[in-house]
Design a protein around this ligand. Structure first.
Ligand SMILES: *Cc1c(COP(=O)(O)O)cnc(C)c1O
Ligand code: SF4
Length: 349
């Protein structure tokens, strides 16, 4: 497992345009995406320096949830713009230190729904597996940022999960989640997919990952090969919030996933000052469509402690959806949902 603790401290990297691209296939060292992950920026002052922003008031506190941004994502952030919608998703800001009532450490009730460590069986027919606590980026609004991964993920036993799934024939879909499940290497993922495919009542394997958007080099031949090789129906739900996240390389990576026979969907979080306008959301839907990806969910923010400054209230969100419906064909309209602890599914708004 590739855990956060194993990633070395950041070395500042020049922008990708100044780097010679290593060959895609290099069997003698770690894959390129793992090298890029190891070189992700972890210090806000280095990020701001790379972006030519000198407002140091932006990051004066030390966050509990460390900053983490790979260079390929930094390359999509506009220089000298402290309001850039990608920068706001990753840069620790003062709002995080504000304690607000009604905002919790586990807003969606994941801990209560944990049947065995790392296995969440909250919704009928579908189980979610927390394969790792590690992500390739730390989204400041993340509802899992205070989640006790060390207790629930590090001591997981795949055998226990497989036994639970085998014993319950009502389960037809397994969701790889985390953290980010694609932080694991393909050999391990392929092995788990193989064991799951042997369970006769399982029909679908779903992967929830932000990696194809954050680090498109993660979409390797090895990944596409085990995706293509399983008998299970495949669904991948990626996570982009703003059209600027989908550059040519990301679009290419998404198209390759789709071409491997995967139903490819996107979920977004509605975020104040990042994507809270019908123009931005419509542009996101079209950028996804160009990349063979369909909008699935638009989530209202989960009320996680320290994320209040990102919240868009429900009535405003409904107004946005109305404006969006007027602009987009039905197949490009995401479903506005909210996750509520103890509910049988996501609650449509
Ligand atoms: C969102 C979620 C799912 C999947 O829900 P869908 O509506 O099928 O996308 C499953 N389990 C958990 C715990 C979830 O949060
Ligand atoms: S990639 Fe997903 S799980 Fe990881 S920090 Fe971002 S929102 Fe949270």
């Amino acid at each position: 497992m590739y855990s956060l603790d194993q990633i070395p401290q950041t070395v500042f990297m020049p922008p990708p345009t100044q780097l010679a691209r290593p060959p895609l296939e290099n069997t003698h060292s770690r894959p390129r995406w793992q090298q890029e992950l190891a070189q992700a920026i972890r210090r806000p002052e280095l990020l701001l320096r790379a972006l030519e922003i000198d407002n140091h008031d932006l990051f004066r506190h030390k966050p509990n949830f460390e900053m983490l941004v790979p260079q390929s994502y930094v390359a999509r952030i506009r220089k000298s713009d402290p309001r850039d919608p990608l920068l706001l998703q990753v840069l620790p800001q003062h709002g995080e230190t504000v304690l607000s009532s009604g905002y919790a450490a586990d807003p969606v009730g994941d801990l209560a729904a944990m049947a065995s460590p790392g296995l969440i069986h909250k919704y009928q027919g579908r189980v979610l597996l927390l394969l790792t606590g590690a992500c390739a980026i730390h989204c400041r609004y993340c509802f899992r940022q205070h989640f006790p991964y060390s207790a629930n993920v590090r001591r997981t036993r795949w055998d226990d999960w497989l036994a639970t799934i085998r014993a319950d024939s009502s389960i037809h879909e397994v969701i790889f989640s985390g953290g980010d499940p694609l932080n694991l290497d393909d050999a391990r993922l392929a092995e788990l997919a193989l064991q799951l495919a042997e369970i006769p009542h399982l029909r679908t394997l779903r992967i929830h990952s932000r990696l194809p958007v954050v680090l498109p080099s993660r979409v390797t031949e090895e990944l596409l090969s085990w995706l293509t090789g399983t008998r299970l129906r495949l669904v991948m739900v990626v996570h982009a919030n703003h059209p600027q996240e989908i550059d040519g390389e990301v679009a290419g990576a998404l198209r390759r996933i789709k071409a491997a026979g995967v139903l490819l969907l996107n979920q977004s979080v509605l975020l104040r000052a990042i994507n809270d306008s019908p123009e931005t959301l419509a542009a996101l839907s079209y950028a996804l469509f160009e990349a063979d990806t369909l909008p699935y969910y638009l989530h209202l923010l989960d009320r996680v402690q320290g994320a209040r400054h990102f919240e868009v209230p429900e009535d405003e969100a409904l107004g946005l959806m109305q404006a969006l419906r007027a602009r987009l064909p039905g197949y490009l309209l995401p479903r506005l949902v909210k996750e509520q602890a103890g509910e049988q599914g996501k609650t449509p708004i």
